[in-house]
Ligand binder design. Structure first.
Ligand code: NDP
Ligand code: MG
Length: 332
């Protein structure tokens, strides 16, 4: 089993006198800035433009400043702008002002692993990757808990990079749950693989395709939505809390038998072979190359993909079904 670092394994000492620049104030940026500040650390918020985030940061009590000013006045720079934007921010606003002994910190390994950012040897480079969305990182912390995280060191100029990564993880609340060590390579490749074949890609396509099969066979869309999409949450909640065994014990014998047989028939060796192809493209850098090219063209696949989903029958039916489901959900 991997070593799990908890609160008592981490100390804020290595960073308590440092000034931390949080670049970006979106999903993760807001959570990090607030959690680190509430942990007693000195936090500056650096932004590229006086847009929506600027106003949100102000209303949370920060005095946001332009990125280069935050970099000039800090010791630790945390990249929490979108992955595709980081290398431009690094090149234009961070690299020119880097001083020996500063720290570059990431929440995902993409830019370092694929060498879109190549820092000088005289800085520490490490990562704290929370295993949850930003708003949850903030909410759990504010309620006294924390979202787990992975930490990794890419470059250890000071010799203290790992201790500092654990310190930031502690200030974020992550050691209240538990922190595991990884590498930039492992975090980047597994994160991309998970979101592509499973979390965002696979699950979504599985649910939508199952829905479409029922509707095309003449069943009411509302009934199809319940069966193929809405109930997924309850199954996943059971797996999250009690594992596959706990979930299987909660469903009927019939569901177990049908599940064991049809599950392996649908998600067969051929699907597994294609998952391996997806992993190969992540590992050999082809996916990263394709995504950068797509992003630089204005991300037409994202724009069209969002439109297609929004206009789909399952999404229209979903709006109505969610209203019914949410009405029945106990008020916490
Ligand atoms: P967001 O998309 O939420 O970041 C938005 C922030 O970046 C805003 O402050 C926004 O400013 C600014 N921004 C957006 N586009 C640009 C641009 N073109 N130029 C300059 N600034 C821009 O990012 P996330 O929080 O999702 O991701 C940050 C990092 O955290 C990434 O490395 C990601 O991989 C990682 N991560 C994210 C997780 C998540 O749950 N979202 C989970 C774990 C890691 P404005 O309001 O002005 O547009
Ligand atoms: Mg991801």
């Amino acid at each position: 089993m991997a070593k799990v670092y908890i609160d008592k394994d981490a100390s804020l000492d290595p960073i308590k006198d440092k000034t931390i620049a949080v670049l970006g104030y979106g999903s993760q940026g807001r959570a990090w800035a607030l959690n680190l500040k509430d942990s007693g650390l000195k936090v500056l918020v650096g932004l590229e433009r006086e847009g929506n985030s600027w106003k949100v940061a102000e209303s949370d009590g920060f005095k946001p400043m332009h990125t280069e000013d935050a970099v000039k006045n800090s010791d630790i720079v945390i990249f929490l702008v979108p992955d595709m934007v980081q290398r431009y921010v690094y090149r234009e606003r961070v690299a020119p002002y880097l001083r020996d002994g500063m720290d570059l910190v990431f929440a995902h390994g993409f830019n370092i692993h694929y060498k879109l950012i190549e820092p000088p040897k005289t800085v520490d480079v490490y990562m704290i990757a929370p295993k949850g969305p930003g708003p949850i990182v903030r909410e759990y912390f504010a309620k006294g808990g924390g979202v787990p995280a992975l930490v990794a060191v890419h470059q250890n100029y000071s010799g203290k990079a790992f201790e500092k990564a654990l310190a930031i993880a502690k200030a974020l609340g992550a050691t209240r749950a538990g922190v595991i060590e990884t590498t930039f390579k492992e975090e980047t490749e597994t994160d991309l693989f998970g979101e592509q074949v499973d979390l965002v890609g696979g699950i979504t396509q599985l649910m939508r395709t199952a829905f479409q099969v029922l509707v095309e066979a003449g069943y009411q869309p509302e009934i199809a939505y319940y069966e193929t999409i809405n109930e997924m949450k309850m199954i996943v909640d059971l797996i999250y809390e009690k594992g596959f065994t706990g979930m299987l014990k909660a469903v009927s014998e019939t569901a177990k038998y049908g599940g064991f047989t049809a599950g392996k028939y649908v998600i067969n060796e051929d699907v597994k072979k294609r998952m391996k192809e997806v992993l190969d493209r992540i590992r050999n850098g082809k996916f990263a190359e394709e995504w950068i090219e797509e992003y630089n063209k204005g991300a037409p696949t994202l724009v069209n993909g969002m439109k297609e989903v929004e206009n789909s029958l399952e999404e229209q039916v979903g709006r109505q079904i969610r209203e019914i489901s949410l009405r029945g959900k106990p008020k916490s």
